[in-house]
Design a protein around this ligand. Structure first.
Ligand code: BDR
Ligand code: CA
Length: 355
């Protein structure tokens, strides 16, 4: 089992990451830290505790992390996740377990990860990178101790002429999901992201799961139905959710709401991408993912990149900025010559294995 700490901003797909980390036989979930992002910190922490309650993992300690970025004002994503960050379900239980207050989230992450044998623990981040950046600034020795860091974030299609996200997102040539070029998690705190990707000890242990990969995993209606009644439910069978267990109903409602947001905001009617659980999967099942060296599939270890983040340009949530030319929050990836150490950016995966 891989000892794993999850840092998240619990919205709809983070809830799936918690389910995977909390019940995968390959994972020993050490703890969860929360960060602002999909909603305010108060909401993301509440959602995290409620999801742990729902999946019967109230033994996992929850720590509350950053409520705002290192240098900027916080941004949230109500158009995708609703005001609470986890709108659209009536099945969320009232969480009983309190938030841990014995130490700060940053110290808890450090104590927990550094107590594991060297080279074994993984940190998985599925929200803004504020907590992660602060952790390695305050405890630089942890970088060499970690087994790996897996991050859901970034959009790299536009660094290549084919710009695959343009087609997938259905909005001309845009390849970001927040601005035309920036993915939401990275955009939320670009300085934090740049400090994580710019740390050379960390960079070689980092796996980046960008939109280019996560948009290959769409929770189609068949997948949503599979959550309710089990994989293989015929897609034409409309669910009567009363027959399903509470946890199945909860995740069905979560995916149904998420699907509605993606249909409305991005015109993606085939189903929403399930970004965040992929970062957990990339940490513990690297064999499921592949890179694309010279047009050939290979283990994602084989292809390495130097990743950086644009921190200049206008930043904010006004529609002028979001639809404007600012490149702030864009992830740039530079392929490195074979054998040189750098960050792994898998861009392919055996989807049928994961579902
Ligand atoms: C990321 O942004 C958030 O809305 C999701 O939870 C995911 O982590 C996708 O860009
Ligand atoms: Ca997230």
């Amino acid at each position: 089992q891989t000892p794993l700490w999850l840092d998240c901003d619990t919205g709809h797909d983070d809830a799936l990451a918690i389910l995977l980390a909390g019940h995968s036989p390959e994972v020993r979930l050490l703890g969860i830290s929360t960060v602002f992002g999909n909603a305010s910190l108060k909401h993301t922490t509440y959602n995290t505790r409620a999801i742990l309650q729902a999946i019967d993992r109230t033994d996992v300690p929850v720590y509350e992390g950053a409520q705002k970025p290192l240098l900027r004002d916080p941004l949230h994503a109500p158009a995708i996740h609703g005001e609470s960050g986890l709108d659209g379900t009536t099945c969320l239980p009232e969480p009983i377990v309190p938030v841990m207050k014995d130490m700060s989230a940053i110290d808890a992450m450090y104590v927990s990860l550094s107590s594991e044998p060297v080279g074994t623990p993984w940190l998985v981040a599925t929200g803004s990178l504020t907590n992660v950046a602060t952790l390695f600034k305050r405890h630089p020795d942890l970088a060499s101790h970690l087994g790996g860091l897996s991050i859901m974030g970034g959009a790299v299609g536009g660094n290549f002429t084919s710009a695959p996200m343009g087609r997938v997102l259905g909005k001309g040539l845009r390849f970001g999901n927040h601005t035309a070029t920036a993915e939401f998690n990275i955009y939320c705190d670009p300085e934090a992201a740049q400090s994580v990707f710019g740390n050379p000890v960390l960079a070689v242990k980092t796996v980046l799961v960008p939109l280019d990969l996560s948009h290959q995993f769409l929770a189609t209606r068949a997948v949503q139905m599979g959550l309710l009644f089990g994989i293989g439910t015929p897609a034409h069978r409309e669910p009567t959710s009363a027959a399903a267990s509470p946890i199945r109903r909860l995740y069905f409602e979560i995916l149904t709401f998420f699907a509605g947001s993606y249909a409305e905001v991005f015109g993606m009617t085939e189903g929403p991408p399930v970004h965040d659980p992929l970062a957990v999967a990339a940490a513990v099942r690297p064999d499921l993912f592949h890179c694309n060296v010279a047009g050939r599939k290979g283990p994602y270890e084989e292809e390495r990149f130097q990743v950086s983040v644009v921190t200049e340009g206008e930043h904010g949530s006004s529609s002028d900025i979001l639809n404007g030319p600012s490149q702030c929050g864009r992830t740039l990836i530079q392929p490195l010559p074979y054998g040189l150490p750098g960050t792994k950016v898998p861009r392919g995966c055996e989807t049928q294995v994961l579902w």
